[in-house]
Design a protein around this ligand. Structure first.
Ligand code: AMP
Ligand code: GLY
Length: 437
């Protein structure tokens, strides 16, 4: 039976997920809500509001969707999976219910979960509101700088302050309690600073069995050499050389299996992705954070390395039958370079015409902040109808695959150079740190 799939989301991650799903022999029809011009060649883009669950349900009904793949965290934390279980019981969903999504939705929940199950993570305490500022300041005295302050709730990746001094930490706490991150920051987790290199590890699970997906490193800062402001991600590389079998054995034994066992013990059903944001401290993995979804832009370098039938894996996980599935991963290296609109992550322009995508060869382009240009003339002019313009800060990612990082970098940058739009910017050092090691 061909499987009809709806992917929810419109970023580069969803573009990469849909691209991979589109290669499956088991696919019926593929829909993406809302998708973007990058998903249009292999999927039908459906417009709507992913936050409006009634609307999503109606679209699932209208298109006879069998499998819903939820890209971003927001709908998961807000309970889309529980909602669909009640409304369309036969629908299979990749993405945990509200309880499982708490691993990402509440830092305090995640930290308590890790402590309870002995999963290595930084020491922490949490504080509720400005009334607890004195206790929070006292806790800071027990820690060495820099100080890590985290808004408890979802803050679109921006809810963390790393304060170099106690004075700055105090200011940060006052701001957070005062509403800097909205409601998400009324509760603040303070934790011990860990130093090391970060890596994103992903599994697909049915709540008991799990499958390790390729790991990746992402590059969060806007500037070369990891300088400047934090962004949604400027590039990614998979695999990550320090994730050798000794390190990954520790990740499996100390982190992944205890997390799954903890979910089972807590009776939290979980069918979907778990994203472990890890830090390698002298060869030992620690959890910085959990996410209940894939990473962006990691997915753009993870998907091209999967050789087996990814849709088959997703459907099996969403059906509780992952045990028999085997993933096959290419040993090649994927390097994904994100092109952003100049000014990002601060203010930037939109609507710039993107040229040259058709000239890029032997790489895959995953679009994120793009849209079709309006025709403005009643839609008769097909050429301008097909023109693609920027509609966001992170515009597209070029992913190249080769047998080592150097070759993948060379190919990726060579082909990216054929693409341009006004004020386009990218980092030129994606993967460089991993070549030196
Ligand atoms: P999070 O939103 O929890 O992933 O935190 C965002 C970023 O802050 C992480 O990717 C790390 O670079 C940094 N960070 C978070 N927690 C810690 C920690 N305990 N020690 C050092 N850096 C951290
Ligand atoms: N690349 C990090 C994230 O998706 O949260």
């Amino acid at each position: 039976m061909p499987i009809n799939v709806l992917v929810l989301g419109n970023g580069g991650r969803e573009c990469a997920l849909a691209w991979k799903i589109a290669q499956s022999p088991s696919l019926g029809k593929l829909f993406v809500m809302n998708g973007n011009p990058g998903t249009a060649p292999f999927a039908e883009n459906v417009s709507g509001d992913v936050k409006d669950f009634d609307q999503v349900r109606d679209i699932i009904g209208k298109y006879a969707v069998d499998l819903l793949v939820v890209g971003p965290e927001d709908p998961l934390v807000n309970g889309i999976t529980d909602y669909m279980a009640a409304e369309i019981p036969e629908l299979k969903v990749v993405g945990p219910g509200r309880a499982g999504a708490m691993l990402e939705g509440s830092k305090q929940f995640a930290k308590r979960f890790m402590k309870r199950y002995g999963i290595p993570t930084a020491d922490f305490k949490s504080f509720d509101g400005a009334g607890q500022l004195p206790e929070a300041m006292e806790y800071l005295d027990t820690l060495a700088p820099p100080y890590v302050l985290k808004a408890d709730g979802l803050a679109a990746g921006k809810g963390v302050i790393i304060a170099p001094t106690k004075t700055e930490a105090e200011k940060g706490l006052e701001e957070m309690f005062g509403g800097k991150f909205g409601k998400a920051g009324h509760r603040v987790v303070i934790e011990q600073f860990l130093s090391g290199i970060e890596v994103s590890v992903f599994i697909l699970t049915d709540g008991r069995n799990w499958m390790l997906l390729p790991e990746a490193k992402d590059y969060k800062r806007i500037g070369e050499g990891d300088t400047g402001l934090n962004t949604g991600g400027m590039g990614s590389v998979s695999p990550v050389p320090f994730c050798n079998s000794a390190f990954m054995d520790k990740v499996r034994e100390r982190i992944i299996q205890p997390t799954i066992d903890g979910l089972v013990t807590d009776k939290i059903p979980y069918r979907g992705f778990v994203f472990f944001g890890l830090i390698n401290c002298g060869g030992d993995p620690y959890v910085i954070e959990y996410n209940c979804r894939m990473g962006d832009p990691e997915t753009q370098s993870v998907m091209p390395r999967i050789k087996s039938d990814f849709l088959g894996h997703l459907y099996a996980a969403a059906s509780g039958n992952l045990k028999k599935e085997r993933i096959e991963v290419s040993g090649d290296t994927a390097v994904s370079i994100v092109a952003v609109s100049g000014g990002y992550p601060e203010s930037y322009g939109k609507g710039y015409r993107i040229n040259g995508m058709e000239n890029a060869e032997s790489v895959t382009i995953f679009q994120s902040g793009t849209r079709f240009a309006e025709t403005g003339t009643g839609g008769k002019d097909t050429a301008s109808k097909k023109a693609i313009v920027t509609s966001g800060g992170r515009v597209l990612a070029v992913t190249a695959i080769a047998d080592d990082i150097a070759k993948a970098r060379e190919k990726g940058y060579r082909e990216l150079a054929k693409i341009d739009f006004d004020k386009m910017y990218c980092r030129h050092d994606i993967g460089c740190d991993l070549m030196k090691r």
